[in-house]
Ligand binder design. Structure first.
Ligand code: HAM
Length: 412
């Protein structure tokens, strides 16, 4: 075994398997771009206080952040989630609103390692700031849904609820707290001791004790104020109109504290329940202010790249592309022809590669077959031929000056 390995909970993605990452990112890039979202690139680490704003009672902040102090004495943390970073950048630069951004980025959480739960994972994220129009909620949820649809996943369930706002949530929180306090002794140790911090965390606890108490607890969805109820009704209606199937699930609680109003999660039916969250998001109408900006509503989502690919494997969809190259050039005449022909093919917009080190025909053919290329261009002293690599077919003699044209024609 080599002396060094990728750290626990992390992994390498090498070609050709990485081609699926590329394809998935390409799909997201296209869909987000088509909906008017622009790429945001932000630092992989921030002042730790930025991420603390996502909720002191969350697991992410309490136990999972990679925190460090740099040589200048700054207390920093690797990005455990993307929303706080985008909102920090929004407050810092004050771009015109609505500000619609997307990102594809690594995220870091010191989680207990298990299948589908990593210490570095990657998210496809989108955030839209500056409007509380329910149609924007519809747009954001539909954008995420189209990603799953385009990947070809058919067993993804969209769970949706409303968590209320500053008008109706505090009253609900008090009512929930009273309900839970009365049964505090029945709760799991972790939640019995920290109930006041955020009683809604109990509703998200997977332990039997807490689930039994949660079952009879009051539900936010039944306590929404008129404005939140109207907002939610419009979101539901909009999703219906755009053909985005969803289940209203009042038991949905997300792992982050900033959510208000529309909140959602995508559950991959093909994955084990412990890591079937393929993505999630919601409104966070108070987060911009919490990070020092003017009152500004916002909504967004993050989709887990690895979870999507695991779900795709389990459903048998989104296979690795089987051609990574259009043509592979084999040259037994010294390599100059390969050098020039690959360049010509690439300039013509084709994906082309070649063998190096002036090896034997057999050795070069082996590399060509492994490359997954559709065609081989073979340069020998007696002339040039084009051959099919992936299936049986006639070898075709070609003149030097018509190679590109003939390769294009053969590829159709
Ligand atoms: P989150 O639910 O914490 O939300 O993460 C989003 C997605 O990232 C999850 O649904 C899951 O697919 C994936 N994920 C999270 N942790 C791991 C892990 N340890 N290993 C593998 N995949 C993981 C957020 O992070 C919010 N920032 C989403 C958001 C954006 N809300 C509003 N805007």
């Amino acid at each position: 075994m080599p002396s060094f390995q990728a750290p626990p909970g992390t992994f390498d993605v090498l070609p050709p398997a990485s081609a699926r990452y590329e394809r998935l990112i390409g799909i997201f890039d296209r869909l987000a771009g088509a909906a008017g979202y622009g790429l945001v690139v932000s630092p992989m680490y921030e002042d730790v206080a930025v991420f603390r704003r996502v909720g002191e009672s969350t697991d992410i902040v309490r136990k999972e952040m990679y925190e460090f102090t740099d040589r200048g004495g700054r207390h920093l943390a690797l990005r455990p989630e993307g929303t706080a970073s985008v909102v920090r950048a929004f407050v810092q630069h004050a771009p015109p609103t609505p500000f619609k951004a997307f990102y594809v980025a690594p995220h870091f959480r010191q989680e207990r390692q298990q299948a589908g739960r990593y210490r570095q994972h990657h998210q496809l994220g989108a955030e839209a700031l500056g409007s509380d129009d329910p149609d924007l909620d519809v747009e954001v949820v539909a954008l995420a849904w189209r990603v799953f649809e385009t990947v070809g996943l058919s067993r993804v369930r969209l769970r949706l609820t409303s968590l209320g706002d500053a008008a109706c949530r505090p009253g609900y929180r008090d009512e929930l707290l009273a309900h839970l306090e009365a049964r505090r002794s029945e709760l799991c140790d972790e939640h019995a001791g920290r109930l006041e911090e955020n009683p809604m965390r109990v509703l998200d606890c997977k332990r039997e004790e807490c689930r039994a108490v949660s079952a009879g607890a009051p539900r936010m969805i039944d306590r929404l104020c008129a404005a939140c109820r109207g907002h939610f009704a419009r979101v539901e209606q909009g999703l219906g109109a755009l053909g985005v199937p969803h289940d209203v699930d009042p038991t949905l609680v997300r792992g982050l504290d900033y959510y208000t109003r529309t909140t959602f999660e995508f559950e991959a039916g093909a994955l084990e329940a412990s890591q079937n969250g393929a993505g999630g998001g919601g409104r966070y109408d108070g987060l911009v202010e919490a990070l020092g900006g003017p009152p500004t509503p916002g909504i967004g989502f993050g989709l887990g790249v690895e979870r999507i690919l695991l779900a795709a494997d389990a459903e048998g969809v989104f296979p690795m592309p089987d051609t990574l190259l259009d043509a592979f050039v084999i040259d037994t005449t010294g390599g100059e022809a390969a050098r020039d022909i690959t360049e010509e093919l690439r300039r013509a917009g084709l994906r082309a590669d070649r063998a190096f080190d002036a090896r034997s025909f057999r050795a070069q053919m082996k590399v060509a077959l492994r490359s997954g290329a559709t065609l081989a261009v073979v340069c020998e002293h007696q002339g040039l031929t084009i051959r099919t690599l992936r299936e049986k077919g006639e070898a075709e003699d070609v003149d030097r000056d018509e190679v590109v044209e003939r390769v294009k024609k053969r590829l159709g």
